[in-house]
Design a protein around this ligand. Structure first.
Ligand SMILES: NC(=O)c1ccc[n+]([C@@H]2O[C@H](COP(=O)([O-])OP(=O)(O)OC[C@H]3O[C@@H](n4cnc5c(N)ncnc54)[C@H](OP(=O)(O)O)[C@@H]3O)[C@@H](O)[C@H]2O)c1
Length: 324
């Protein structure tokens, strides 16, 4: 008989209330994977989409949650892991070994899991897709979000200047300024990028939302400037479409690129290299994840609601050891 564990289970698609704590069988352990005794799991935007039943629809029942930290049973090592098929909102997760990395002793669980998915996304958008250089001006939209608040710190650490954050509320903008941004704008001020950069325009903009901010940012790019998209808000009208024409690309000598973590996760050398770089910056005090809240398993639905309402600043975590 399988051992049992607590998990937040999705039995039907719907609002945050459909996530219920249950006792279920521990997962099996496929070839190339290891069971991890999870301590903390992250909440991600994709979890909200899956909960709502947005494409691609998950087979039910399902356990959501795509990033975890915990102790690997087979060797007792503390690892962070990305779970392509979910399963993170549970006491035990089956993690593909190639998608897990060891956590250094001096990086705590909350920092490790908050830095991994969101930090690697920020790193990938800035460096791999954005090819940022020291001295370039960088704009980070949604700069108080899980990815954004790490991107601001990374851009500063990589020598970008000025680093300009964009955030929707005064509270968020104050946090972004504390993170080291040289200037902080409200979303409706993105059209003023040229003024903020002394008339030149921005060298690099990274964005995870799409929509009007992206269109305005494109108009504010400097010659040879790049816009990197790493996400969009499902359902928001026009959010997945920038409407940029090849004529505009040529006229401005600008570039548009995308970044998806899938291409890092599938490349072991890249994945471990980025994790090492992130943990190293964390150890040196140049990168600190802001933990918005840590909820017990029974609080996952409320955490989803806060996330969707844009009330969170930084990373939202679930302590799966606490049922609540
Ligand atoms: N490409 C990849 O591999 C990858 C990996 C991880 C995440 N992502 C994507 O990156 C984006 C950001 O992820 P995250 O973890 O940083 O999320 P997050 O913590 O929720 O931050 C996203 C920010 O988006 C802004 N926002 C604008 N419209 C929103 C809306 N309708 N609902 C909620 N927030 C809205 C909010 O900032 P303001 O209130 O300041 O506008 C919020 O702080 C998501 O689209 C996610 O899917 C992509």
């Amino acid at each position: 008989m399988s051992a049992r564990m607590a998990a937040a289970v999705l039995r039907r698609f719907g609002g945050p209330e459909v996530l219920r704590v249950e006792r279920v069988d521990e997962p099996g352990c496929p070839e190339g994977a290891s069971l991890v005794d999870v301590s903390l799991a992250g909440v991600n935007f994709d979890d909200l989409e899956h909960r709502r039943g947005a494409e691609p629809e998950l087979p039910l029942p399902a356990v959501l949650g795509v990033d975890v930290v915990g102790r690997r049973r087979r060797d007792g090592r503390r690892v962070v892991a990305l779970l392509r098929r979910g399963g993170g909102y549970a006491r035990v997760a089956a993690a593909v070994d190639a998608h897990s990395v060891p956590v250094p002793d001096d990086v705590d669980d909350a920092q490790a899991v908050a830095l991994f998915e969101q930090g690697a996304t920020a790193y990938g958008a800035l460096r791999l897709a954005g090819r940022v250089q020291a001295g370039e001006s960088v704009v980070v939209t949604s700069a108080a979000g899980g990815v954004g608040h790490l991107a601001v710190q990374l851009a500063v650490a990589l020598g970008a200047k000025p680093v300009i954050g964009v955030a929707s509320t005064a509270e968020k903008r104050a946090v972004v300024a504390e993170l080291g941004a040289d200037a902080v704008l409200a979303p409706d001020e993105v059209g003023e990028l040229r003024a903020v950069t002394g008339g030149r325009g921005a060298d690099l903009v990274i964005d995870g939302n799409g929509g009007e901010q992206v269109k305005a940012a494109l108009r504010g790019l400097a010659p040879f400037g790049r816009l990197v998209s790493y996400g969009w808000r499902g359902g928001a009208p026009g959010c997945g479409w920038t409407g940029v024409s090849t004529e505009e690309l040529v006229d401005g000598s600008i570039g548009v690129a995308g970044f998806w973590m899938r291409h890092v996760v599938d490349d072991r050398v890249l994945l471990t290299g980025i994790a090492d770089a992130l943990f190293d910056l964390a150890r040196r005090g140049s990168l600190t994840a802001r933990i918005d809240r840590v909820v017990p398993l029974s609080g996952v639905g409320a955490a989803h609601a806060a996330f969707a309402a844009r009330r969170t600043i930084g990373k939202v975590l679930v302590d799966v050891r606490e049922v609540g």
